[in-house]
Design a binder for this molecule. Structure first.
Ligand SMILES: *Cc1c(COP(=O)(O)O)cnc(C)c1O
Length: 393
């Protein structure tokens, strides 16, 4: 069946959009008026809110998820001579932090079904130098945490989770946030909740939390944070060459209200995913996400995969057709081993990770965010179905 349709002239549907209300605006204004812009009560309240969602004993608010991953590696004393295993199907930050720590990134290929790191391939790449694994919960679907934890215990490795997509997710009814040495969340605008920029590390390890906090505040001794308050003292000591990685109270002001909406956002995202699944059920050109039982998905992403042998157009053309119909999409991710820096400096090359690369070639992330109406979801699904029908082999 071939059908010629005029591109939609409707308003452009963005790939992602934060959901911010008057509460966030008022809280930011209140923070500005209070004069306490960083290291204050709003950061403490936001840490408490995320600590609860993550089911963890400790939470440290930071300037970004990237900062949290970096500090987690430093706090675990991972550095030069050490290898850290992670996935090629991730954002550059996951690999860059390993380099910032002075360690060597080693990639393991992913599972074809859930796009998460393959435990078999991780096991195959462990050497005497391997110190840690950084699993990334792709799109908000938790990795096989029982398998990862068992492997790490057996081989005496640390685990730092890149949980940038996974706030609100759980594995066998246990929230992501306290299942390993550390979990790190992102509050970048398109992530499950936002503070503009921001991140949070959660852990049950008090020493690790203390070390991360210290390193996030220039390495200053504990009594330094209140040095500008009534009770504070100007006496402090530098205990480590730390970083300026703290979250501000302006960011936390947004976060306090975003945190209250996590469950509602997640419910809406899950409903959108269910509606897409239903609308694509009979569409043979498209493969919808595989979801494992016994997990609660954060639905940060809704990635579809095209069946290239059933279509006369490639992924780039498919994305172009969606754009012509006013629909924004993205691709998560260009595999790490295809970027020039890692090719030139780490000896990676195309072909190293056939599963991740195969997924990438047919991958499109469709819009999924709380502000989308069912009508928006239907519009995206109609466009996908129409493009597939026009390009059917
Ligand atoms: C967004 C993202 C990050 C980085 O988060 P920031 O808060 O922007 O530093 C890291 N890893 C993954 C997988 C991401 O998607």
């Amino acid at each position: 069946m071939t059908q010629v349709t005029e591109p939609s002239t409707k308003e452009f549907l963005a790939f992602a959009k934060p959901d911010l209300g008057q509460e966030e605006i008022d809280e930011v204004v209140d923070t500005l008026r209070s004069g306490w812009l960083t290291g204050g009560p709003k950061v403490a309240a936001f840490e408490e809110a995320i600590r609860e969602v993550a089911g963890a004993d400790y939470a440290v608010a930071l300037s970004s998820c990237t900062a949290g991953l970096h500090l987690a590696l430093l706090a675990l004393e991972i550095g030069p001579g050490d290898e850290v295993i992670t996935t090629p199907l991730t954002f550059a930050a996951t690999v860059n932090v390993i380099l910032h720590a002075g360690a060597t990134p080693v990639l393991a290929d992913v599972n074809d079904d859930d796009h998460n790191i393959s435990l078999d391939d991780v096991a195959a790449r462990i050497t005497d130098k391997t110190k840690a694994i950084i699993p990334m919960h792709y799109g908000g679907q938790p990795c096989d945490m029982d398998g990862l934890v068992a492997l790490a215990e057996q081989r005496e490795l640390r685990i730092v989770e890149d949980a940038a997509h996974a706030l609100g997710a759980s594995y066998k009814e246990r929230p992501i946030g306290a299942l390993t040495d550390a979990s790190v969340f992102s509050f970048y605008p398109i992530k499950p909740i936002t503070t503009g920029q921001g991140g949070m590390l959660t852990t049950n390890n008090e020493d690790l939390a203390d070390r991360v906090r210290l390193l996030s505040l220039h390495g200053l001794s504990k009594n330094a944070w209140n040095r500008y308050t009534e009770k504070g003292s100007a006496e402090y000591q530098v205990l480590a060459p730390g970083f300026n990685y703290a979250m501000t109270d302006i960011q936390a002001a947004i976060g306090i209200h975003q945190a209250r909406k996590i469950a509602a956002f997640q419910t809406r995202r899950a409903a959108i995913a269910a509606l897409y699944d239903e609308l694509f059920a009979a569409l043979e050109e498209v493969r919808t996400p595989t979801v494992h039982p016994a997990i609660d998905h954060a639905w940060h992403l809704y990635p579809i995969r095209l069946h290239p042998d059933r279509l006369t157009i490639d992924r780039a053309q498919f994305i172009e057709e969606l754009r012509d119909r006013g629909i924004g999409t993205s691709v998560h991710f260009i595999p790490i081993n295809l970027h020039p820096y890692y090719i030139e400096h780490l000896g990676m090359k195309p072909g190293d990770f056939p599963i991740a690369e195969g997924i990438y070639e047919s991958l499109i992330s469709l819009p999924i965010y709380p502000r989308m109406t069912d009508g928006d979801v239907e519009r995206v699904a109609d466009a996908v179905r129409e493009i597939a029908a026009n390009a059917r082999r």
